[in-house]
Structures are given as C-alpha cells and as structure tokens.
Write a protein that binds this ligand. Structure first.
Ligand code: ADP
Ligand code: GLC
Length: 520
C-alpha cells in the first residue's frame, strides 16, 4: 500500500495563488507522487479553484462546519493531474482572487470560521467520514491549516500523524477568543499554555503545540525563528518545540520556470545561446511601455509590495539608483499595501521613461520580468525561503537580495572585491537602510559593467540546482517517522513509479544524508 499524505493549504497553483506557498504545494505534491507517495492536495473551494479543477465529484457532505454547511469535492489539477480536494462553503464561494483580504486590503471578518471549517473538513477525512480513505499523515501548511492537529487530538482520532510547515511565521491566524465556540474549541484549551496568544486564539500556536513535527522551509529561517528578531513572539514556543523542528528547503518547479521551454516568454534561450534573452528584454520593455534599448540595464522588482519585501526601502532608494545610473530602467510588478503601491506609481510619474510599474497580479508579466531583466532587486526583512530570486536565476537574471532566511542559503554573494568567487551567483546585502540597498545595487552595476564577470555570475545562477529531488526525499523520510510514531503499520516504504526512475536515483543520494533535527 502506498503512503497516503493529505497536504492541506490555503492555495495551490494553478487553482489559487497569491504567493510562493501555492507554487510549493503543487510542485511538492507532484514530486511526492513521482516518488510513489499518494499525495492529495486540499484547499478551499474558491470559485476560481472550482472552475479550473477537472472531474470534480462530491465525496462528502459536512452539515455542521464552523460558519455553516460545506461539501467536499474531489478532482484533479488541470495541468499536472495531482488529485485535489476542495471544500466548498457559502463563504468560500464569495472569495475573489485574493482569498484573504477584500478590495480595500482589509481581512475578511469571517477568516477564522472559513479556515476553521477547512481544518474541520480535513479532520472529517481523517476520521473516515468521507469517500476518501484516511491519510497516514496530514501535512498542514501555515496557520490556515493550523487547527488540524488540535482537532485530531480533541476528537481522539489515532493513527494519523501530523506535520505543520511554517511558510511564514508573520502570519499567525490570531482571532478574538469569542470565535472559539463557533470553532468548536473547548474553553479549557484557551489558556496561555494552550491556544491563547496575547489574548487571542492563535491557529498557528495550536499547530505548533500539537503537531507531531514542525518544519520550515530553509535551514537559516529555522534558526532565525528561534530568536526574538524573527520569531514574531513565538520564539519561546519554538525553542520549547526544538526537538520536533525540521528544516526542509523548498524546491523549484523546473518545468514551469525554464528559459529553454517557457511558453510565456518571447523567445527561449539557454546559457549556451543567450540571444533569446535580448528578445525577452525587448518584450519586457514593450510590455511595460519603456523605450526599447538593448543596452539599458533593467533592474526588476517582482513581488508582493509589502513591508516584509522592503517596498518602503525600494521606493526611497530607487531615485538615487536612477540618478547614479542614467541609462538604467526599472520595472516593478506587484500588488500589496496601498501606500507602497502609490510610492511606486509616483516614482513612475517622476521618471516616466525609466520606471514602469504594473500594480496587479499577472503570471505572464512575472515570466517576462524574470526572463527580460538583467537584475532582480529582492529586499526582504525576513524571507522564509524566497522562490522569486531562484526563478530569476533560472533566466540569467542576477538577484540582489537580503541576506536572510532561504536567500542566505541559496544565493552565493559575489563579494566586495570586484572579482566574484567561483561559485557566486548573486549579490546579498545586510540591513534595511536605503544605503544598504543602494550600495548593493551599485555593486551589481559595477559587475554588470564587466561583461566577462557578469556572464560568469549568470552562468552560476543558471546552473544552480534547487530541484525537488532532495527536499521531496526529506519530506518522505519525515512522513515515515511521523507515521511510525502514530503507529500506523500500513505505512510502507513508498514505491517509485516507473516515470520516476531518474528521480529515484537522485533520491537515493539524498537518503545518504539523513535529515537532522534542529539542535542548535
Ligand atoms: P512570497 O511567497 O513571500 O510572496 P516567494 O518569492 O517565495 O515569496 O514567492 C512569490 C511567488 O509569487 C512567485 O511565484 C512570484 O512569481 C509570485 N508573484 C508575486 N507577486 C506577483 C505578481 N504581482 N504577479 C505575478 N506573480 C507574482
Ligand atoms: C512564504 C514565504 C516565502 C516562501 C513561500 C513558500 O510566502 O514568504 O519566503 O518562499 O512561503 O514556502
């Protein structure tokens, strides 16, 4: 029998996406399935998800979820065939492209009930109350799925192990205590030793307390979250849970982000033949209505426009960058806090032929940006992993990024002395002052002015290997341990499917290095 894992999250490409979580859920599920794990993704049944999923069939009616009735639909992802379960409720029916906040950027008032319902529905699957067999392990992601381990314990459901992955500790799902009754959380759990966090009921804290294992998405972030600077108030709890804390880095979907086969870019290219990159630069300038200039260095920003992503620092730093580098063009794609969006728009009006800003969420533009730019500016005050710089590297677009979290692990800095180290593939900087960012950008421009050096950086960037082979195997190892602890004798070694022969040999290498529990 195959190992069954239910991956529960709030988003998964292509059905719903606001950030990297969506990419990770689907590509991890695919990587697991290629390695013989029966992985199913479960997300809310937003209208966009129901529209895009294939072959949906009802597998269970759940009349008494928080907030009302719901039904579970089972089908597959339209592009990759990964099985998916969607929870349809009246509240999720009303969610638009961003499922967490309304058009004004305000959180929906019923988020607690909606995502509480998602957790209850996942637990109903674990209890065997639907047509889907119960999983051996529930892999809960972020606060949206944080109540699952607690609810499993409350209902006394045995034999289903739990892993909670933290993709971003800044989002904790802390809600008024009064929501507890509707969420079917008993009052005795609402204590400081329990689910109470600074006077609120915390979904993430619930997960951290009761999950069999906790993981996060890079080694550096796993260490950072144990400290007050990055712990968002949960560092004490995490330190207490250290024996259960794992670091498993994310992988990149190498087929979706591939300079040689990407159908969303103007012309494919590879390091051996970079001519296509010039066409992609022209395409980017056209899309963003900038003057067509093959010699203008393009500095791109493509991310959520938020405080986490140092949007404030970028807005304040860019005028100086533009003055120091008179030929440079800046392209910004993103969506987020209104004040920062306005800051970027103002910049575009002040530098009309040099700065172009698209406020919105646009997959085609994201690919065009990664392929056509020369440099990607990705400042972050904290970054659990950071997929965006790795995507840009796949197109020879050199990242200039903060030395935090996953970016400290995946980007090798070019150094300060003109000639980059052999393995360098980008530029890292510390701090969140304007000078920190402008100095890093200046370093990039100095290197850009030396074509041989720049090409070496591009080569390294394009050659970086962040596939799912190693992390998928680490998750499988973790699931095996979790299931063994949950005393589920039917969990057996996953059997690799024929398509995964190559991957299975890579996985064997990963197996030689057992995942270590955090000890420091
Ligand atoms: P985070 O998850 O914190 O936002 P990541 O870098 O890990 O950061 O992942 C961000 C993902 O969201 C990437 O796939 C990126 O391309 C995508 N993305 C962010 N903003 C936009 C946007 N405005 N349009 C299209 N894709 C976007
Ligand atoms: C979060 C993090 C980001 C990470 C992504 C996927 O949104 O902010 O760093 O890459 O999740 O794990």
């Amino acid at each position: 029998m195959k190992a069954r894992v239910l991956l529960v999250a709030s988003e998964a490409v292509p059905l719903a996406k606001t950030g990297g979580l969506a990419d990770v859920i689907t590509s991890l599920a695919r990587a697991l399935r290629e390695r013989g794990v029966d992985a199913t993704v479960m997300i809310p049944g937003y209208p966009s998800a129901i529209e895009q999923a294939c072959g949906l069939k009802e597998i269970g009616a759940l009349p008494a979820l928080p907030g009302g009735a719901g039904r579970l639909l089972h089908g597959t992802m339209s592009d990759c065939g990964v099985p998916v379960v969607l929870l349809q409720t009246a509240a999720f029916d009303r969610r638009a492209a961003n499922p967490y906040v309304d058009h004004e950027g305000n959180e929906y008032p019923d988020n607690a009930l909606c995502f509480g319902a998602l957790a209850h529905a996942a637990v109903a699957i674990c209890a065997g109350e639907t047509a889907l067999p119960a999983p051996h392990v529930v892999h809960a992601n972020d606060w949206h799925a944080g109540l699952i381990p607690t609810l499993l314990k409350l209902r006394g459901i045995e034999g289903v192990g739990t892993l909670l992955t933290i993709h971003n500790l800044a989002f904790q799902g802390n809600f008024p205590m009064e929501t507890a009754a509707a969420l079917q959380i008993p009052p005795e759990l609402l204590t400081p030793e329990g689910l109470e966090f600074w006077g609120k009921l915390s979904f993430l804290k619930a997960g951290l307390l009761h999950a069999d294992r906790i993981s996060t998405v890079s080694r550096t972030y796993a260490n950072e979250i144990l400290t007050p600077r990055f712990g968002h108030g949960m560092e004490g709890l995490l330190n207490a849970a250290r024996e259960r804390l794992l670091a498993i880095r994310n992988g990149v979907d190498l087929t979706a982000w591939d300079a040689e086969s990407d159908t969303l870019i103007a012309r494919p290219f590879s390091f051996a033949d970079m001519r296509g990159k010039s066409s992609c630069k022209r395409d980017l300038q056209t899309l963003f209505q900038l003057p067509i200039d093959p010699f203008a260095p393009i500095l791109a920003i493509g991310s959520r426009i938020t405080h986490q992503k140092m949007a404030d620092v970028a807005v304040a730093s860019l005028p100086q960058v533009l003055r120091a580098h008179p030929r440079a063009q800046v392209v910004v794609l993103g969506r987020g806090d209104k004040a920062y969006e306005a800051g970027f728009r103002l910049l575009a009006s002040q530098f009309p032929d040099r700065v172009a800003v698209h406020i919105g969420y646009d997959e085609r533009r994201a690919h065009a940006l990664h392929a056509g730019a020369d440099m990607l500016l990705h400042g972050s005050r904290f970054e659990p992993f950071g997929l965006t710089p790795l995507y840009s590297m796949r197109y020879g677009t050199v990242p200039i990024a903060s030395r935090v979290g996953g970016m400290a692990d995946t980007i090798a800095d070019a150094g300060l002395h003109g000639t980059p180290d052999a393995g360098a593939n980008g530029i890292l900087f510390d701090g969140d002052a304007c000078e920190d960012m402008t100095r890093a950008v200046s370093r990039a421009f100095e290197l850009y002015a030396q074509p041989v050096v720049w090409h070496a950086l591009q080569r390294q960037a394009m050659a970086a290997d962040f596939s799912w082979a190693e992390p998928a195997q680490q998750y499988i190892d973790a699931y095996r341990d979790i299931a063994a602890d949950a005393a589920k004798p039917c969990f057996v070694e996953p059997v690799a499917e024929p398509v995964a022969e190559v991957a299975a040999s890579e996985a064997a290498t990963a197996c030689d290095e057992p995942l270590q529990y955090m000890t420091a």
